[in-house]
Design a protein around this ligand. Structure first.
Ligand code: FES
Length: 105
């Protein structure tokens, strides 16, 4: 799948993702380091916070777990479309996904 990520500076980049890896891993693998993801995807830091701007038609993202919700609620930058990118797995159906990296807490 391919997705578009907008950096904090407002630069939109298209990324060819590896399916089966998390969105966080794919963003970092593309060389975007401002998404710190300091806990490495173990759901304990919230430094992988993104805003999901567009989901392909007919596709639903998995519900947030309680831990994901709790971590996001601790962010000053929580929005309705906030997600932790380590909790979203890239798969072919998500081709065309658009996300923006949230400001740093
Ligand atoms: S990388 Fe730490 S919660 Fe996602």
């Amino acid at each position: 799948m391919k997705f578009t990520v907008t950096t904090r500076e407002g630069e939109a980049r298209d990324v060819e993702a590896r399916d089966g890896l998390s969105l966080m891993q794919n963003i970092r693998n593309s060389g975007i380091e401002e998404l710190h993801a300091i806990c490495g995807g173990s759901l304990s830091c919230a430094t992988c916070h993104v805003y999901v701007e567009r989901v392909p038609a007919g596709v639903a993202l998995p519900e947030k777990s309680r831990d994901e919700r709790d971590l996001l609620e601790a962010s000053d930058f929580l929005e309705d479309n906030s997600r932790l990118s380590c909790q979203l797995t890239c798969r072919p159906e998500l081709d065309g996904l658009r996300v923006t990296i949230a400001p740093e807490d």
